[in-house]
Design a protein around this ligand. Structure first.
Ligand SMILES: [Zn+2]
Length: 117
């Protein structure tokens, strides 16, 4: 299936292809608990993910050991996806930003990032 998504102000728009999304991931590390985001279970390869607009609006936040690029929109502050410094361009997606996905009603898998990262 093809999904489309955006940040809140729609400066940043993207699309990706995957099987129907039924599950999602929530992590309890110090940044995810603050974002309260429901994330895609998998990361999407560059050939599955396309940034349609907003490259110039994306800012990146780093913390800790700097291995995750937390991308956010510089207009609305929403965080649509992140990738990692060891797999750049492989994005895990904030499902709250994705059209036609009811992120709060997916089967949520809890990742204990607080203790495992
Ligand atoms: Zn925005």
């Amino acid at each position: 299936m093809k999904y489309t998504g955006s940040c809140h102000c729609e400066a940043v728009k993207f699309e990706f292809e995957t099987d129907e999304i039924k599950e999602a991931l929530q992590c309890n590390c110090s940044i995810c608990i603050r974002k309260n985001a429901i994330m895609s279970k998998q990361s999407f390869a560059p050939n599955e993910f396309k940034l349609l607009s907003g490259k110039e609006n994306l800012k990146t936040y780093h913390w800790g050991d700097h291995d995750v690029n937390h991308h956010f929109c510089n207009q609305c502050g929403i965080y649509p996806f992140h990738d990692t410094t060891y797999e750049p361009g492989k994005f895990r997606i904030n499902l709250g930003c994705v059209k036609n996905v009811d992120s709060r009603n997916l089967n949520i898998i809890h990742f204990d990032g607080k203790n495992e990262l």
